[in-house]
Design a protein around this ligand. Structure first.
Ligand code: DGL
Length: 260
């Protein structure tokens, strides 16, 4: 069994790279749904359907542990997938998201005010707020949607993405920690760090590798089922010239294939 990683587009490649760096011995299959990107503007029903299709695809690719690296898809569909879809469709498969590990990391620093920047759908779901307050009811939380950031990154317009990051960062001067709650934002983490030098910037590429390693240590029954050939496959649902350019900027040299 391999480790599957799903994202709405190419941003999740950055998180997958972090997994491979932290745990290089395992086999990975990445699936990015570039055909339907951006999820941050889609309805819940659409996001649910696309995510279920992606999970089915990764299961067909022999993935036994699947990480939904997309915050938006995690916010809308993870609970349903874990509680209703997987028990019927593939009860032996484990599906995880990115929100809980990110929340745990944000609370390590004893912050009293935490900021969350994410897609409109993720902010509207208030998943970060709910999970943060569950662990620390006295926490004050500021959630702001950044609907222009993902399109700017996926359009390969990093200058625009950097300028937008500085503008968004100015709204979080009063927080102790800021969660970059979207798989695309690790690419902008240095902009946020420069704009907010006193704020602890939580970037998922820096925490997910460690979290996956901890998870596998605690779940030996899953770990022993995972193959270790150091092989990674990268699939997307649309691999046009534009996405090829974006991937070359995000993770140069990565061998991506289109699958429909
Ligand atoms: N990857 C998604 C996330 O982490 C955002 C991109 C999109 O809007 O599709 O929320």
């Amino acid at each position: 069994m391999k480790i599957g990683v799903f994202d709405s587009g190419l941003g999740g490649l950055v998180v997958t790279k972090a997994f491979i760096e932290a745990l290089p011995e395992y086999d990975y299959v990445y699936y990015g749904d570039t055909e339907h990107l951006p999820y941050g503007e889609k309805s819940s029903a659409q996001i649910m359907q696309y995510t279920i299709n992606a999970i089915k695809y990764l299961i067909s690719q022999k993935c036994g542990l699947i990480i939904i690296a997309c915050n938006t898809a995690t916010a809308i569909s993870l609970r349903f997938i874990q509680q209703h879809f997987i028990p019927h469709y593939a009860p032996d498969i484990k599906v995880l998201g990115v929100v809980i590990p990110t929340v745990e990391e944000a609370l390590l620093s004893n912050a009293s005010k935490v900021g969350v920047i994410a897609t409109q759908v993720t902010v509207n779901s208030h998943i970060y707020q709910q999970e943060l307050v569950k662990l620390n009811p006295r926490l004050s939380i500021k959630e702001i949607a950044a609907p222009e950031l993902v399109p700017a990154i996926e359009n390969n317009d990093f200058k625009l993405a950097q300028n937008l990051s500085v503008q968004y960062a100015s709204k979080f001067q009063d927080v102790d920690s800021l969660i970059l709650g979207c798989t695309h934002y690790p690419l902008l983490k240095e902009c946020f760090r420069q704009a907010l030098p006193k704020v602890n910037i939580i970037s998922q590429d820096e925490l997910m590798g460690k979290k996956l390693a901890d998870y596998l240590k605690k779940h030996i029954e899953i770990d022993i089922c995972l193959s270790r050939n150091q092989e990674s496959l990268f699939f997307v649902s649309n691999w046009n010239e534009h996405y090829q350019k974006v991937a070359a900027t995000l993770v140069p040299g990565i061998p991506v294939q289109e699958v429909r």
